[in-house]
Design a protein around this ligand. Structure first.
Ligand SMILES: [Fe+2]
Ligand SMILES: [Fe+2]
Length: 395
């Protein structure tokens, strides 16, 4: 039940003495909506119908005294925020202290001095109005902040999607890789959040944030030359080294964004994904050659998701492996390439990975950006006519 929304504040005056009730009502009813109640039990009945802004409560009453009544009020979530003012003939400071200790906001002695009573109630009524205004202001602020957060998240999501699509378009050969690896990561995290070994770390992450940030794991590929990134034949050693540099470039780019926009958990995850998804459990990966649990969990997870997707996808230099073969290769890499505990989790989840891998992937929308496929290999030379070779040699 909501508190009374009238501008005039409403008061309960609870006292078993009818004369006191009438005096208090006469003093206060000019400014407030006053309800006089002859006992604490009746007050609780009345509270089921309406919630006042302030309760004036006598201490000495039959059936239930004021101290017991305030304890019940303060124990009940519906009523505990209603300010209670004790009205009593007990003028000693011990009684006053006892009342305030139980949660009363004030203590007014009887018999009432009319002007003093009116003034004291006015102070508490003003305080109540200010509390309500502050609450309203806070509610509005919270609403505005959550709206803004939603807006920023939406904008962030759009920008990340756009970058991811641009990256896919540029590479041409990995259609859907970013979308799928994101789904694999989500599958992992849903299970690891309940796993004894990982739940503490994963529990500290916001799943939507980390899942979104993993889309930037190959961001550094933007810095790789087209001639290397789109090369369909075997890469030279130098070219492979250039491809490998995408991990360090990714970190550099995200660091730069962070320097301009401030620290942010999303960027922190993105930097870790970009910089560690090619590290290997045995320390032979790149760019840092991190080993075992030196590799952050994000990187160890993305290593499996990334390789699984590369294995089941067709690339210019290889055919797509069937799911079972990809699983076998990952199992084989347990403890060398990959975190063995996470490989066990992957094996348990392999059907989910398979289902996620075959879901339809929308083609990137920026097809105009790179509609030109890599140049076809030159046509084979015409067959040399008999005798021509000899003739050539003679030249
Ligand atoms: Fe990569
Ligand atoms: Fe990747």
């Amino acid at each position: 039940m909501k508190r009374t929304e009238n501008k005039r504040k409403s008061l309960f005056i609870v006292d078993d003495n009818l004369t006191n009730l009438n005096i208090a009502r006469d003093i206060l009813s000019k400014k407030y909506n006053v309800i006089t109640i002859p006992s604490a039990l009746k007050m609780f009945e009345m509270l089921n119908k309406t919630i006042p802004d302030i309760i004036l409560l006598d201490i000495e009453m039959p059936e239930m005294n004021g101290y017991d009544a305030i304890k019940l009020l303060k124990d009940d979530d519906r009523y505990k925020s209603i300010p209670v003012i004790f009205i009593t003939v007990r003028g000693d400071s011990a009684s006053e202290l006892a009342g305030l200790a139980l949660g009363a906001v004030d203590y007014i002695s009887k018999p009432f001095a009319p002007q003093l009573l009116a003034k004291r109630i006015e102070i508490h009524a003003t305080l109540e109005s200010q509390k309500e205004q502050l609450k309203e202001y806070n509610d509005n602020l919270t609403e505005m902040v959550s709206e803004k957060v939603k807006e920023v998240m939406g904008l962030q999501d759009t920008i990340i999607s756009t970058i991811a699509e641009l990256m896919e378009c540029r590479e041409l050969t990995t259609n859907g890789h970013i979308f799928r690896t994101q789904k694999y990561l989500k599958i992992f995290l849903e299970v690891l959040g309940k796993n004894e070994m990982y739940k503490d770390e994963v529990g500290r992450w916001r799943i939507d944030e980390i899942v979104q940030s993993c889309r930037l794991h190959d961001l550094g590929k933007i810095a790789i030359r087209d001639s290397v990134l789109k090369k369909t034949s075997k890469l030279t050693h130098e070219e492979f080294e250039e491809i490998k540099s995408h991990a360090a470039y990714g970190v550099e780019m995200i660091d730069k964004i962070e320097r301009n926009s401030g620290n942010d958990a999303f960027l922190e995850h993105a930097r870790i994904f970009a910089g560690t998804h090619h590290e290997k459990w045995d320390g032979t990966g790149y760019p840092e050659g991190l080993k075992g649990e030196e590799i952050p969990l994000q990187g160890r997870l993305m290593a499996i998701a990334d390789v699984y997707d590369a294995l089941i996808s067709e690339r210019p230099y290889k055919k797509a492996f069937p799911h079972g073969e990809a699983v076998r290769i990952i199992e084989e890499g347990s403890g060398t390439y990959f975190d063995p505990n996470l490989v066990d989790v992957f094996l348990m989840l392999q059907d989910d990975f398979k289902n996620a891998s075959i879901e339809r992937v929308d083609a990137p929308q920026f097809t105009h950006f790179t509609t030109t496929p890599p140049p076809p290999p030159p046509p084979p030379p015409p067959p040399i006519k008999k005798g021509a070779e000899k003739k050539k040699k003679n030249i």
